[in-house]
Design a protein around this ligand. Structure first.
Ligand code: ADP
Length: 721
């Protein structure tokens, strides 16, 4: 009981009130100590030490934490200045304050015991807490030193304490307690009144002293420890300041808006550019929830992305800025400690000007190209049209029908050229609407051979088709025919009489190649340079549109085309296309192999929405064969969803399970059945598990309600190794 009275006396003292206020300032809290029945033991702070606004008496319920000896700490946050702005919740900060105060209570109570460690730990805790909580604030160093000086007075039951220091040309004197008495004693240096410790550390020089400590020997032993804490405070603050300065310099130089987000999705750092970009509403960014600044990044951050993601935001909301910002490039990078996400870095770049400029440049380019093209087209059209009109005039003058028939043929030939030019020109403008379907290139080219031979008829050159087995490609048959006809026609014309044109199909690596090879004179250097330029032609009646059309079509099919000369003479036009089956080779989590497409689609969509990689093939048979209408593929899914053909223990089902287990030995098989009556299976509510060899097969009730199925799939994926 006497201990309680002693402790209560001490807590009620003015010194404790100052100390409490000091800690409260550091933590941005109003702190009071109360007894178990709620009686207030310390002074009720009237105004906030930070914003100096008067506290509203009962504006909010205090957070309460127990201290030693049956005391409690009540903590309230100032509603006008710090509400929601700290990186720590009120409860967290109140707990830290209670921790510190309890440590000091222990330190004081243990005057006769093992005090050094208790005091030291109290001080360390205090120092580190304040450093971590107040970093970024201007007066953090003063707050720390003030705390240390107050702690000295309390721990030594002294009249006052002081710290005089000079640090890199800056000097200061801090006094706590009875200021006048401290000043007099400090100047006169009455050895019987004061205990002083000299600090000399790098650029820091000074002295730490106490006036009238109750126990001088205790003061002598405590002062070096406190001085050490002062040095830590100086170093820590200096480092923080340097880091902040560097960070600002570095991030300020980036030019982008940089925002740091903690794992509670709150903004803990924003550089000047971020303030400018996001803060049109003039709200304090620091400490505010990221949700106040919505954007596509929010979803990624909320789903705790561990990989950097980025994109463009076309309409960055106007409310943030008066200027008409509308396009922003953004990137979110997780801040990882080992594998744990501690926060995120959001980079935003206002690219409005750039995109405007790019769009205008593109438009100008398009306009120039169109103007050029139309100019050339007009020129190309003028020749046959003026030839035709000249011929028509002649025809008007000649009366002999024999002569005019000749002219008529010539006019028709010229008009035919006009039509051809216009048709090809139009084709060049819109080859983009492709209606792709899976095509077996071998069969496709074999079918086209008569057409090619028709092209070669007048020249007596040979057309040879050399094929190996190649994968199917997804292509528009009409457009691919056009491509082949143009290339073969050019090759036949180049090879000339008695020449040879080879169409060779091969699949080196992961691309299907169609090469058109001739034994003509090859491409001239000029042709090499201008090959795909519209209207470039060396032929008397050529249009110069064949190859540009070919290239546009090939590109629209995701392919490439190159041309080169062979050493032995002749030109090669080589096209490569991605095989249609390629799409299916990507990593798949879940393979849906059900026959019922009405069920497949919603299931696929539901699984995709949970972030799972899904491949759907209608029918297990196709999936097992590794082929469908788009060609062959290989898939190694983690989970295969199939349906049982004849109930859970029917012979067809057993055969199917065996086949699935052999084909996908590492996958989990999930069989949908209409009813479950498992004889030897582990039964769950509507699901049963069966073991086939070492492999687990799950049965689940076939139902249109997908939730059970989805959660089973998720569970299987979680356990999948
Ligand atoms: P056009 O056939 O109407 O001239 P293209 O765009 O198809 O238009 O061809 C452009 C030019 O490229 C041809 O005029 C020719 O000079 C050159 N060229 C095309 N294919 C070959 C080839 N196989 N060998 C040599 N030159 C070729």
């Amino acid at each position: 009981m006497s201990e309680w009275i002693e402790a209560a006396e001490m807590i009620k003292s003015e010194r404790w009130n100052i100390f409490l206020e000091c800690i409260g300032t550091g933590l941005h809290l109003k702190l009071m100590i109360v007894s178990e029945d709620g009686t207030l033991l310390t002074k009720r702070p009237e105004s906030c030490p930070i914003c100096h606004q008067t506290y509203e008496p009962f504006s909010r319920q205090p957070v309460r934490w127990p201290l030693n000896y049956g005391f409690f700490l009540d903590a309230v946050e100032c509603s006008s200045c710090r509400q929601g702005k700290s990186n720590f919740s009120v409860a967290d900060r109140a707990r830290l304050a209670a921790d510190m105060l309890s440590s000091f209570q222990n330190a004081l109570a243990g005057l006769s015991g093992e005090i050094r460690t208790v005091e030291l730990s109290a001080l360390r805790k205090l120092n580190h807490t304040v450093i971590s909580l107040c970093h970024g604030e201007e007066n953090v160093q003063d707050q720390l030193l003030e705390l240390i000086l107050n702690a000295l007075i309390i721990l030594l039951d002294a009249e006052g304490s002081w710290l005089e220091y000079a640090d890199s040309g800056f000097s200061a004197l801090l006094i706590k307690g009875d200021e006048r008495a401290v000043e007099a004693a400090r100047l006169n240096r009455y050895s019987f009144e004061t205990t002083i410790f000299e600090i000399n550390q790098g650029n820091l020089h000074g002295e730490l002293g106490v006036l009238q400590p109750r126990d001088f020997s205790r003061a002598e032993f405590l002062l070096p420890l406190m001085a050490e804490e002062c040095i830590i405070a100086f170093d820590g603050v200096c480092l923080c300041r340097l880091l902040k300065k560097q960070l600002d310099v570095l991030l300020g130089a980036v030019g982008s808006a940089v925002v740091m987000i903690d794992r509670h999705y709150r903004i803990i750092y924003a550089n000047r550019q971020a303030e400018q970009l996001m803060n049109g509403a003039n709200v304090d960014l620091l400490g505010s929830p990221l949700a106040d600044w919505p954007g596509p990044w929010l979803g990624y951050i909320r789903s705790n992305t561990v990989i950097p993601v980025g994109g463009q935001m076309d309409s960055f909301p106007d409310k943030y800025s008066d200027s008409d910002i509308c396009r922003v490039d953004w990137q979110v990078s997780p801040l990882l400690e080992e594998t744990t996400v501690r926060g995120w870095l959001l980079l935003l770049e206002d690219r409005t000007d750039y995109y405007h400029w790019q769009e205008s440049a593109r438009q100008a380019e398009r306009f120039e190209a169109t103007a050029k093209m139309v100019g050339v087209l007009a020129h190309e059209l003028r020749n046959p049209i003026s030839a035709a009109s000249g011929l028509l005039q002649l025809m008007g003058r000649k009366k002999d029908p024999e002569l005019t028939r000749n002219y008529k043929d010539l006019v028709l030939r010229e008009l035919d050229r006009v039509t051809r030019l216009l048709n090809e020109f139009l084709l060049l403008g819109k080859p983009s609407n492709i209606e792709a379907e899976p095509i077996d290139p071998v069969a496709f080219l074999q079918e086209l051979m008569p057409l090619f031979q028709g092209e070669a008829m007048g020249t007596k050159s040979d057309i040879i088709l050399e094929t190996g087995k190649v994968s199917p490609v997804a292509a528009d048959p009409g457009q691919l025919t056009q491509v082949m006809l143009n290339l073969v026609r050019n090759a036949v014309q180049a090879a000339d009489a008695g020449g040879r044109v080879i169409i060779r199909l091969e699949e080196p690596g992961n691309q299907v190649c169609i090469n058109v090879i001739d034994n003509g004179p090859g491409l001239t250097p000029e042709a090499m340079k201008n090959l795909f330029r519209p209207f470039f032609t060396t032929k008397e009646r050529g249009t110069g549109l064949g190859l540009p059309i070919v290239r546009a079509i090939v590109h629209n099919h995701g392919g490439e085309i190159t041309a080169f000369n062979r050493e032995e003479g002749g030109a090669v036009f080589s096209m490569s296309f991605p095989p249609a089956a390629n799409k299916k080779n990507s990593e798949t989590d879940v393979l849906i192999a059900l026959e019922d497409n009405l069920f497949n689609y919603p299931l696929e969509q539901a699984l995709l929405s949970t972030g799972v990689k899904v491949t759907t093939i209608s029918g297990l048979k196709r999936a097992l064969q590794g082929s469908d209408e788009m060609g062959s593929f290989e898939i190694y899914p983690k989970v295969v969803i199939a349906e049982s053909p004849d109930g859970e223990d029917g012979p067809k089902t057993s055969a199917l399970i065996a086949e699935c287990c052999t084909h996908w030995p590492d996958s989990r098989i999930l069989l949908l059945v209409t009813s479950i009556q498992p004889p030897s299976m582990v039964k769950e509510t509507d699901e049963a598990i069966l073991y086939s060899g070492n492999q687990q097969v799950n049965y689940i009730q076939h139902s249109t309600d997908l939730t059970g199925l989805i959660s089973t799939v998720q569970r299987l994926l979680e356990h999948w190794e």
